[in-house]
Design a protein around this ligand. Structure first.
Ligand SMILES: Nc1nc2c(ncn2[C@@H]2O[C@H](COP(=O)(O)OP(=O)(O)OP(=O)(O)O)[C@@H](O)[C@H]2O)c(=O)[nH]1
Ligand SMILES: [Mg+2]
Length: 306
């Protein structure tokens, strides 16, 4: 299996040398550093350590990773941050499920073993909330979807589409893989305190990631996307209805609130029905797409053989 290590970097001169050396010492000779126009010595050091260095054409970690996915042609890629927070030797663990053929996408779960200070308090709480929201919304048991350490097979990294440019990339990679039917496996890894300055702004990026997780639900399960909105409206309706009825017993009539209650409940129900219908459509569409992909692969195999 040919493996390429992809490292997105933005001003990581303090750590990048050690990160590349760590992978090279383990036998990962093919390292691609995709740099966001660092103002420090990141590119220079990376070249000296024998990495391929490419300056990304756009902006943001997400854009950098997508560009790297276009350049690379290996069987498997390992994507890892360049800030020294991940242990290169964990890459071997990430590759194992792929080698055994039981997963196409393997992520490193940082919560398994993290050094004190590796997560700031805000990052730890934010990560827990976003992972919890993800599990409730998607109904998929993953515990660290925002990890910066993962391995992807070629069929995954060549087919995922990332729309957002920044730190939403981790959530997008996870959801795109699930939506395309690839198996994701989570492996415990160690997580250390980063060297150098963070590029993540916890509140702004956290909010963006949260919104992305919800809006991507449409891709994975349009039914669920609508069900959650529908249920939310119905709950609002039940609350406003309860107030209306309670006060009516005391001789107070809330005409506007009564109308609003009816609106909440009726539109909530309609949105749930819409969700049901889109799920039916989506599932039949998905089945067709998978069949077409299978046929395409068979045609390609035949063409290769001849
Ligand atoms: N090419 C490129 N890399 C980026 C960009 N922004 C961040 N990175 C890199 O992406 C990786 C992750 O960024 P971090 O700042 O470590 O974000 P984080 O790991 O979520 O946050 P910390 O916990 O503070 O480390 C690092 O290697 C950064 O150098 C960018 O715009 N372009
Ligand atoms: Mg980091």
């Amino acid at each position: 299996m040919k493996v390429t290590v992809i490292i997105p970097t933005l001003n990581e001169e303090e750590s990048i040398g050690r990160v590349i050396r760590g992978f090279k010492n383990l036998g990962f000779t093919d390292v691609l550093v995709i740099d966001g126009n660092s103002m420090d010595k990141t590119r220079e050091i990376a070249k000296k350590e024998g990495a391929n260095v490419v300056v990304q054409s756009g902006k943001g970690k997400g854009q950098a990773i997508m560009e790297a996915f276009q350049i690379v042609e290996s069987d498997v890629v390992i994507v890892v941050d360049g800030d020294g927070s991940y242990d290169p030797s964990d890459a071997l663990k990430l590759l194992e499920p792929i080698e055994r053929g039981i997963a196409e996408h393997v992520t490193g779960n940082r919560f398994a073993n993290f050094e004190k200070g590796a997560f700031t308090k805000l990052n730890l709480i934010g990560n827990k909330i976003l992972n919890f929201a993800f599990r409730i919304l998607y109904g998929v048991e993953l515990h660290d979807i925002l990890t910066g350490y993962r391995a992807l097979k070629k069929e995954v990294y060549k087919s995922v589409k990332i729309e957002k440019k920044g730190f939403e990339v981790e959530a997008e990679l996870t959801v795109e893989s699930l939506a395309k039917g690839f198996k994701i496996f989570e492996i415990p890894i160690t997580y250390k305190k980063r060297v150098g300055k963070t590029k993540l702004s916890p509140l702004k990026d956290g909010l963006r990631i949260g919104l992305t997780i919800y809006s991507l639900l449409r891709k994975y399960s349009p039914g669920r996307y609508f069900y959650f909105i529908g249920f939310f409206l119905i709950i609002l309706g039940v609350i406003s209805g309860a107030i209306t009825v309670r006060d009516w017993f005391y001789g107070i009539s809330h005409y506007l609130l009564a109308i609003l209650t009816a609106l909440f409940i009726m539109s909530g129900l309609q949105i749930i029905i819409l969700g049901f219908l889109s799920d039916v459509l989506y599932k039949s569409n998905l089945m067709l797409r998978r069949e077409i992909e299978k046929i395409n692969r068979r045609i390609e195999d035949e063409a290769e053989r001849n």
